[in-house]
Design a protein around this ligand. Structure first.
Ligand code: F0G
Length: 410
C-alpha cells in the first residue's frame, strides 16, 4: 500500500473528506479551509523510532508528511534550525528558560522553506508546471528558490513598495516572474487565488494545506531538541496565520501519537496596525473583523485579512493561549535587544515574538518558571534598511595606526 492511502484532506468546518489526488484549496461544499489528516495507524509512537537515525530536518519526519514519491523530493536542506537557550535575555526579563528557534537559518532565510519543500514536491506530484503565490516577501523568496530547483515556472505577486529589499532581490535572482500589485497583500492574495482557480497554476500560499504540513515540523524539532519535552508556551508572530496553526497541529500530532502527554499554550503576536486576530480574541467576538488598511514596519506581517484566521483562533483557544499586540517601537527595541544580548539578528516580524515575550512577561502572563520558545521566523539581513535608519553612519578614520589608537581611547 502506498502512502497515498494513509492521508486525506478534510474540511475544518463541515468535515467533508477529499482525495489527496484532487487539486483543491477550499471545501467544495462550504468553502472553508482544508487540513491534511492521517489515518489512525500512523498515530503510533513506533513511527518515531525511525526518526532518531536521521539528521534533524523537515524530512526526518517523512512518515507524517503527505508525499507519495520519496524519490522526487525537492529539497535545499531545510529545517534542522538551532534552538538557542537565551539566558541573558531570560534573566533580563526575570524568566528561567527562554529559547529562540532560529528559522533564519533555513536555505532562503525563513521558515517558509519548510512549507515549500513539501508544497513544491506536491506540485510536481500533481503534474503541475507553474506555481504561484502572493507574498509580503518571504513566501515569494522561498517559492522562487524551490521552483528554480524543480525547473518550474514561478509567478509571485507582491504589494508594491512594501517588500523588504533582501526578499525582493531573492525572488528576482531565483528567476521568478515578479509582479508588483498596487494594493496590499490581501489584494494580491485575492488575485492569485483567482488566477489559480481558473488556470493550471498551483497555488502555494498557506491556504494550501500541504505547505502547512512542512511547517508543522517546527513543533517536531522543538520536541526533539528539548529531549522529548514540549514547552509551556510557544510565541509566534502572526500574519496570514498559517504558521501558528501548523505548529499547533505538529504538537497535537505528537500528543495523538503518545509521544507527549502535555501540550504547549500557543501565543499569537500581531503588530498593532495589523491585528484582526488579536482584536477578535481580546474582544471575545465570534467573527473576525478584517483590518482594511493594515500598517506596520514589520512588512512581513502587514496583513489585514488573514486567510487562516479560523485555524489560528482555534489553535490559540484550544491550547489555552493568548493573543497580544506590539507596537512598531516595541518591535524595533526587541530586535536590537535580541541581537545585542544573544547574537541573533532577526527581521522585524520575528522580533514581534520577542516584543510579545517582553510585554507578556511584564504583564505576568508568562510565569518566571515557564519554558518558553519564541519562533524567530526570518533572518535580519532580509531587511537591512530598517536597521540602517536607526543608526548613525559608522565613524571613519585615516588609514594609520595612530588614528585607530586615538579613536579607541575616546
Ligand atoms: N514572520 C515572517 C518573517 C513572515 O514572513 C511571515 C509571513 C510571518 C511571520 C507570519 O506567518 O503568515 O503564517 O502567520 N509571511 C508571509 C509571506 C505572509 O508572504 O512571506 P503566517
Amino acid at each position: 500500500m502506498g502512502l497515498q492511502e494513509l492521508y486525506y484532506l478534510a474540511c475544518i468546518n463541515c468535515g467533508s473528506k477529499y482525495s489527496p489526488r484532487e487539486i483543491i484549496y477550499r471545501c467544495h461544499k462550504c468553502g472553508d479551509l482544508l487540513s491534511v489528516e492521517y489515518e489512525k495507524e500512523l498515530m503510533n509512537p513506533e513511527i518515531a523510532l525511525k526518526w532518531g537515525a536521521r539528521s534533524l530536518s523537515v524530512w526526518r519526519y517523512i512518515e507524517l508528511l503527505p508525499i507519495n514519491n520519496r524519490g522526487k523530493i525537492v529539497s535545499l536542506g531545510e529545517g534542522g534550525t538551532s534552538l538557542n537557550r537565551c539566558d541573558r535575555l531570560g534573566s533580563h526579563l526575570g524568566l528561567k528558560e527562554v529559547y529562540v528557534k532560529n528559522e533564519g537559518e533555513n536555505p532562503t532565510g525563513s521558515f517558509k522553506d519548510r512549507g515549500m519543500t513539501v508544497g513544491v514536491t506536491k506540485a510536481i506530484e500533481m503534474g503541475m508546471k507553474r506555481v504561484a503565490c502572493a507574498s509580503t516577501g518571504n513566501t515569494s523568496a522561498s517559492l522562487a528558490a524551490y521552483a528554480a530547483r524543480a525547473s518550474m515556472e514561478c509567478i509571485v505577486l507582491i504589494p508594491s513598495g512594501k517588500v523588504a529589499l533582501g526578499k525582493l532581490v531573492q525572488s528576482m535572482i531565483y528567476g521568478a516572474k515578479v509582479i508588483q500589485v498596487k494594493g496590499n497583500f490581501d489584494d494580491a492574495l485575492r488575485m492569485v487565488e483567482g488566477i489559480c482557480s481558473s488556470k493550471p497554476i498551483y497555488l502555494l500560499n498557506s491556504i494550501n494545506p500541504y505547505r502547512l504540513e512542512g511547517q508543522k515540523t517546527i513543533a517536531f524539532e522543538i520536541w526533539d531538541q528539548l529531549g522529548g519535552k514540549v514547552p509551556d508556551k510557544v510565541i509566534v508572530p502572526v500574519g496570514n496565520a498559517g504558521n501558528i496553526s501548523a505548529i499547533w497541529k505538529g504538537f497535537r500530532e505528537l500528543h495523538a501519537m503518545g509521544l507527549t502527554d502535555k501540550l504547549p499554550k500557543m501565543i499569537g503576536i500581531q503588530a498593532e496596525g495589523a491585528a484582526p486576530i488579536v482584536n477578535m480574541i481580546k474582544m471575545g467576538l465570534n467573527d473576525i473583523k478584517f483590518v482594511e488598511k493594515p500598517e506596520t514596519i514589520a512588512t512581513a506581517i502587514r496583513i489585514g485579512s488573514p486567510v487562516n484566521w479560523k485555524k489560528a483562533v482555534k489553535s490559540i483557544k484550544e491550547s489555552g493561549g493568548v493573543a497580544e499586540t506590539v507596537s512598531d517601537e516595541e518591535i524595533l527595541f526587541a530586535q536590537r535587544l535580541l541581537a545585542k544580548m544573544e547574537g541573533i539578528f532577526v527581521e522585524p516580524a520575528s522580533a514581534a515574538a520577542i516584543a510579545g515575550l517582553i510585554k507578556l512577561a511584564r504583564n505576568g502572563l508568562i510565569e518566571p518558571d515557564d519554558l518558553v520558545v519564541c519562533i524567530a521566523t526570518g533572518h535580519g539581513l532580509k531587511d537591512p534598511n530598517i536597521v540602517l535608519k536607526q543608526f548613525k553612519k559608522p565613524v571613519e578614520i585615516e588609514a594609520d595606526l595612530s588614528a585607530l589608537i586615538k579613536i579607541l581611547s575616546t
